[in-house]
Write a protein that binds this ligand. Structure first.
Ligand code: HEC
Ligand code: HEC
Length: 352
C-alpha cells in the first residue's frame, strides 16, 4: 500500500515537472519580418540573395521613422565624449562602412584602438559580432563602441542627457519609442539603421541573377577556384554572405599578439581564432585581417597559398595550396567582383 502511494506521488510530481518545463517561457526566437522599403536597394536587380528576409528581433521591429533616427545617430559625433567621433568615423560609407586604409581606428581624444574596423555590409545577417564573435546582436553590440574608452567613451546618463537636450532628438525619440532618449533606445534605433545596410549589386550578384557578361573571364575562373577543393575558400567563406560566422585560426602568426577568442574563453585552443569576415565589398575594405596587417588582396591570397605560419591551432584547411601566380590573380579578380559600387553612394546610407 505504502509503496503504491509513493509510486503515484512520484508519477504526479513527474507530471507536474514535465508540465512546468513545457510551460516555462522559452527565449524568443529571432523572427523574420518583411523588409522595410529602405532595405531594397534602388539599384538592386533583385538577385536571389537580395530577396531573403532580413532577420529582425521581435523586440525591435523596423519602422521607417526608427531607421531614419538611427541614421542620424550613426553619423552624429555628438554621441561621443569629445563630440568628434561618430560611428561613421570608423565605419565610412565609401569604404563599405569600414575604416578605409587604416589598420586600426582612432577614437576620442586621438586614442588608438587595436583592431581593424570591420565592414558593416549586410551586417543584419551576422550571427555573432566583433572579431571573436562575442556579441549576439546589434542592439547589444552598439553599447560597446558608445561606452568604450578608446572609441566614443560616453556614460549612459551623459548620453541620455545630451541627446535629450537636443530638441529634434527629444521629439524623434518620443515619436519612435514614446520615451526620451536612453542608451537602450539609442542602440535600438542605430541597430534598425544598420539592418538596412544591404548590398547585393556586385558583378557576382548580377551574374547570379542571369547576366552572363557581368563577370570577367578571370573572375569566373577565380570563382571556380574559390568554390573548389583546390582553393577551399568556400568552407569558411560560405553562403551568400561569404562567412560561416565562426571563429577560425588561419595561421596568420605563430605567436598572436591579439589572442582572439581566447580573450573571452581563456582556453589555449582558442588562441588566434577570429570570426571569418564577409568577403562582400572586400576590395573596398583594405587593409585586411583583425589587425589590418595585410595590405592588399593579392597578399591575402598569397597568405593562404603559402599555408600560413606554423601554429598549433591552425585550421586543417590552412595548408599550402600550390596555386600558380595566374591562379592567384584569378582569385583576386573574383574577390574584386564582389564589389557593389552603388553601396557607398546610396543616399539612404549617407548622412541625412
Ligand atoms: C573608434 C572607431 C570605432 C567607432 C567610433 C565605432 N566602431 Fe564599430 N568597430 C570598430 C572596431 C575596431 C571593431 C572591431 C572590434 C572588435 O572586434 O573587438 C568594430 C566592430 C563593429 C561591429 C561588429 C561587426 C562584425 O561584423 O563583427 C559593428 C556592428 C559596429 N562596430 C558598429 C558600430 C556602431 C553602431 C558604432 C557607433 C555606436 C560604432 N561601431 C562605432 C571601430 C569603431
Ligand atoms: C579556415 C577558414 C578559412 C579558409 C579556408 C579561408 N578563410 Fe579567409 N578568412 C578566414 C578568417 C578567420 C579570416 C580573418 C583572420 C584574422 O583576422 O586573423 C579571413 C580573412 C580573409 C580575408 C581578409 C578579409 C578582411 O576583411 O580582412 C580575405 C580577403 C580572405 N580571407 C580570403 C580568403 C580566400 C581567397 C580563401 C581561399 C584561398 C580563404 N579566405 C580561405 C577564414 C578562412
Amino acid at each position: 500500500m505504502q509503496g503504491w502511494r509513493v509510486g503515484w506521488m512520484g508519477l504526479l510530481l513527474l507530471g507536474v515537472g514535465l508540465l512546468a518545463v513545457y510551460l516555462w517561457p522559452r527565449p524568443k526566437p529571432l523572427t523574420t519580418q518583411p523588409s522595410p522599403p529602405t532595405v531594397v536597394h534602388p539599384a538592386s536587380p533583385l538577385a536571389p540573395f537580395a530577396q531573403r528576409a532580413v532577420p529582425v528581433p521581435e523586440d525591435n521591429p523596423q519602422t521607417p521613422a526608427k531607421v531614419e533616427l538611427g541614421r542620424r545617430l550613426f553619423f552624429d559625433p555628438r554621441l561621443s565624449k569629445d563630440g568628434k567621433v561618430a560611428c561613421a568615423s570608423c565605419h565610412k560609407p565609401e569604404f563599405a562602412f569600414s575604416d578605409g586604409g587604416k589598420p586600426v581606428s582612432t577614437g576620442i581624444f586621438g586614442r588608438q584602438g587595436s583592431r581593424n574596423a570591420p565592414s558593416l555590409t549586410n551586417v543584419a545577417f551576422r550571427r555573432h559580432l566583433f572579431w571573436e564573435g562575442r556579441s549576439p546582436r546589434l542592439e547589444l553590440q552598439a553599447v560597446g563602441p558608445l561606452t568604450a574608452h578608446d572609441e566614443m567613451g560616453m556614460e549612459p546618463e551623459e548620453l541620455a542627457q545630451r541627446l535629450g537636450a537636443i530638441p529634434e532628438y527629444a521629439k524623434a525619440f518620443q515619436e519612435v519609442f514614446g520615451e526620451p532618449p536612453t542608451l537602450k533606445t539609442t542602440t535600438y534605433a542605430i541597430a534598425a539603421f544598420e539592418r538596412t545596410l544591404l548590398s547585393y549589386n556586385s558583378p557576382f550578384d548580377r551574374y547570379q541573377a542571369g547576366d552572363d557578361k557581368a563577370m570577367s573571364e578571370a573572375a569566373l575562373r577565380g570563382m571556380e577556384l574559390f568554390f573548389s577543393e583546390k582553393g577551399d575558400c568556400f568552407h569558411c567563406h560560405v553562403g551568400p554572405e561569404f562567412t560561416d560566422d565562426e571563429p577560425r585560426n588561419t595561421a596568420l602568426y605563430t605567436v598572436y599578439k591579439d589572442i582572439g577568442l581566447a580573450r573571452a574563453t581563456g582556453r589555449d585552443e582558442d588562441v588566434g581564432k577570429f570570426k571569418t569576415p564577409t568577403l562582400r565589398n572586400v576590395a573596398l575594405t583594405a587593409p585586411y585581417m583583425h589587425d589590418g596587417s595585410i595590405q592588399t588582396l593579392r597578399e591575402a591570397v598569397q597568405h593562404y597559398n603559402q599555408g600560413g605560419q606554423p601554429n598549433l591551432n591552425a585550421d586543417a584547411l590552412i595548408r599550402p595550396l600550390g596555386l600558380t601566380e595566374a591562379e592567384v590573380d584569378d582569385l583576386v579578380a573574383f574577390l574584386r567582383s564582389l564589389t557593389d559600387e552603388s553601396f557607398g553612394t546610396n543616399p539612404a546610407f549617407l548622412p541625412p
